[in-house]
Write a protein that binds this ligand. Structure first.
Ligand code: CAA
Length: 261
């Protein structure tokens, strides 16, 4: 375990960073301390300019994240609940706004805050035993880490309503079918995420970061506004060495050697 963190590990593997949420006694549920550590780990990973992708997973094979910590939430006042929701939402905003692509490697239960944290990532790979869902209404509450919003944007309002109103569990294959996950992988989902990160790492690093911004920062914008943002970011690429190298390498029929600048 990284000495800095008690509830997660942060490792650097080649050009990828790997965060593993590790609270086995609570199936990796998110309490305040874990959210704080996740925030710190995201900052630490973002400080490494050469990171081309971040992978987020849960320790063990049973759970990715079993939700927000119910034991902590049990006695919340209204004000404490609002603070906790704000805290979770802002940490998950940090995943969505992380400079490089973030891949969720979902290995087991991803319920409540577990589905919410996965949906805040850019790409979701899952193992065959992954289970998604927003069971909050069964606890007498609603999703509070973005589940009523990001999920709705991902799978559409009708499906999101059904998922949230019933709290039912969504198996891996169905998650893929409804666009809640990218694909089910055979074998180790973290290794599959690492392979995907390796493919991303071969592309122009600045371009990948700008592409993420173009998609994520404009998801809710009007089309004309979003296209204007895309234009600006596209033009910005032409101030980079990566554009020069990428296009020269194509025309010279050789492999590009990107500097990430
Ligand atoms: N919070 C706190 N502790 C949790 C937890 C959670 N979300 N999920 C599991 N645990 C704990 C259990 O209390 C249990 O602890 P003990 O061993 O001390 O009893 C331990 O983890 C193992 O769990 P189970 O015995 O329940 O394991 P299981 O295999 O029978 O079931 C499970 C697994 C289906 C994931 C079940 O644990 C479960 O339903 N967990 C809760 C899922 C949930 O409702 N998540 C939503 C939380 S609310 C939320 O997330 C709100 C929000 O949006 C902000």
């Amino acid at each position: 375990m990284s000495p800095r963190y008690a509830n997660l590990t942060l490792e650097f593997r080649g050009l990828a960073a790997l965060i593993t949420i590790d609270r086995p006694h609570a199936l990796n549920a998110l309490d305040t301390a874990t959210l704080e550590e996740l925030d710190d780990a995201l900052s630490e990973a973002a400080d490494h300019d050469d990171i081309r992708a971040l992978i987020l997973t849960g320790a063990g094979s049973k759970a990715f994240v079993a939700g927000a910590d119910i034991a902590q939430m049990r006695e919340f006042t209204v004000a404490e609940a609002e603070d906790f929701s704000l805290h979770g939402q802002s940490v998950l905003d940090g995943l969505s706004g992380f400079p490089a692509p973030v891949i969720a490697a979902v290995n087991g239960y991803a319920l409540g805050g577990g589905t919410e944290i996965a949906v805040a990532c850019d790409l979701i790979l899952c193992s065959a035993n992954a289970v998604f869902g927003q069971p909050e209404v069964g606890l007498g509450v609603i999703p509070g880490f973005g589940g009523t919003q990001r999920l709705t944007r991902l799978v559409g309002p009708m499906r999101a309503r059904e998922i949230v109103f019933t709290g039912r569990r969504i198996p891996a294959a169905e998650a893929v079918q409804i666009g809640l996950a990218l694909r089910v992988v055979e074998g180790d989902v973290v290794e599959a995420a690492m392979e995907l990160a390796t493919v991303i790492a071969r592309q122009g690093p600045v371009a990948v970061r700008l592409a993420k911004r173009a998609i994520n920062e404009n998801a809710d914008a009007a089309l004309a506004t979003a296209l204007a943002a895309e234009r600006t970011l596209f033009a910005h690429c032409f101030a980079t060495n990566d554009q020069d190298e990428g296009m020269a390498a194509f025309l010279e029929k050789r492999k590009a050697v990107f500097r990430g600048a």
